[in-house]
Design a protein around this ligand. Structure first.
Ligand code: SF4
Length: 422
């Protein structure tokens, strides 16, 4: 780690963050990064010289442990510790990600109207101007290179980069699996299939496409282009999201071949962050149709794999109301299969989603309790339950109360699903 003074800025190169994802109630960085500290803000950059985090350093900043993070989709997310005890109990994390776009969050807090947050973003634009115009004579070539790299990645370039990412994978990621919270949503997206098996009416993230796996050629091309796209910063990733809404239905050959190829091509063995992770969505039918050979193959990959299944409800009236074309017996069978896979495969963790909302009936909640409590004889720490707020719900306070009632009864770790895009 090397530090330099340049005008009123402190520059530090080659900073080392944590080498494993760690949940902490204070700002913790992972992998390698560089930073520039002005009297008002701390700016942190990834290994491509792209701005990644901003934190205010003056007493006006909402809280010293809060920060802004820019995603690869070029969204600024504010990490709030507001009421952190409740956030931890409901999200499983110390921070509430406050999103700059509409989602299903049950917390109404909008930090982006706060002038201190706006100043932080403006501060980055001002820093950009300084990087482009100030004299760098006398600085070492290493510092000059970093400053030139950071100057090149201005707002316009970052927008173009996020568009390039979406072009490579063939579209936006409308929702990440809830389990990606374990890597702070820092995943490389890679599409192995498009569309989904059902077309549920409640769903705001569906593409409307019929399910169709991508060809091996297409997947390989994405891997090649993603490797170039992430460039030097690829070493700061250890996780891949295999998209899109039902990658499990693509089958073991597709999943495991892709897992092996990304592990090799992205050089995860030498990544700055250890413990490679694979995330995918599955559906009730893809889970029920999956043979043991599929789980054995996934279990043998170098990844710890999370598979998230949308169960939504085990109440037939609710299923027909949300237009999910499934019978309750299938939902129940999928739930029991999730428990069985989690017990039998060390490196696979299946999690499930159920709906929560102020227009859902007592029968719906009764059906959820029957599964997450009635079908289990004791508490299991593996295999989380995510309660996903319906975006038509209005009464957040009631929803939170219902959530805690379900969580207290549940014999599985239970959290709220906050939909995030990439
Ligand atoms: S909930 Fe899942 S299966 Fe239903 S429409 Fe949305 S993406 Fe498709």
């Amino acid at each position: 780690m090397n530090s330099y003074r340049w005008y009123n800025l402190d520059i530090t190169l080659d900073k080392k963050g944590a080498a494993r994802y760690t949940k902490a109630s204070y700002p913790i960085r992972h992998g390698r990064f560089c930073e520039i500290k002005s009297p008002e803000h701390l700016f942190q950059f990834n290994l491509n010289g792209e701005i990644k985090y901003i934190r205010g350093l003056t007493p006006n900043w909402p809280h010293p442990a809060e920060w802004l993070k820019r995603t690869d989709a070029n969204d600024w997310v504010f990490y709030s510790i507001a009421g952190y005890r409740m956030i931890f109990d409901s999200m499983g994390e110390y921070y509430l990600p406050c999103l700059p776009y509409a989602s299903n969050s049950i917390w109404a807090y909008n930090p982006f109207v706060d002038s201190n947050i706006q100043n932080a973003l403006a501060g980055w634009s001002q820093l950009q101007a300084q990087l482009r115009t100030r004299n760098t004579e006398g600085l070492s070539p290493k510092v000059k290179n970093f400053l030139a790299l950071a100057a090149r990645h201005d707002a316009g370039t970052l927008v173009a980069k996020s568009e390039k990412l979406h072009k490579i994978i063939g579209g936006h990621v409308s929702v990440l699996p809830p389990d990606t919270r374990h890597v702070d949503y820092e995943v490389i997206p890679l599409m192995i299939a498009d569309g989904c098996l059902y077309h549920c009416s409640f769903c705001r993230i569906k593409s409307g496409q019929r399910f169709c796996p991508r060809s091996a050629h297409n997947v390989r091309q994405q891997i090649r282009e993603l490797s170039t796209f992430y460039g030097a910063n690829l070493k700061n990733y250890n996780a891949v999201f295999l998209g899109n809404h039902d990658a499990l239905a693509a089958g073991d050959e597709h999943i495991c071949r892709t897992a092996a190829e990304v592990y090799e091509r992205f050089n995860f063995e030498k990544a700055h962050i250890k413990g490679p992770r694979l995330f995918l969505f599955g559906s009730v039918d893809s889970l029920l149709n999956a043979k043991n050979s599929l789980f054995e193959a996934i279990n043998r990959t170098p990844f710890y794999t999370y598979i998230n299944i949308g169960l939504e409800s085990a109440d037939s009236a609710t299923l027909s109301r949300i237009n999910k074309p499934l019978e309750t017996r299938k939902i129940e069978a999928a739930f029991m299969k999730m428990i069985e896979v989690n017990r039998n495969y060390l490196n696979i963790e299946i999690t499930a989603n159920f709906l929560i909302g102020d227009q859902l009936s007592p029968d719906h909640y009764g059906s959820v309790i029957e599964l997450i409590r009635g079908r289990l004889d004791h508490f299991y720490s593996k295999g989380g339950i995510y309660l996903s707020p319906l975006d038509t719900s209005r009464n957040n306070r009631d929803m939170l109360r219902t959530f805690f009632e379900l969580k207290n009864l549940s014999r599985l770790p239970t959290f709220i699903y906050l939909i995030q895009r990439l």
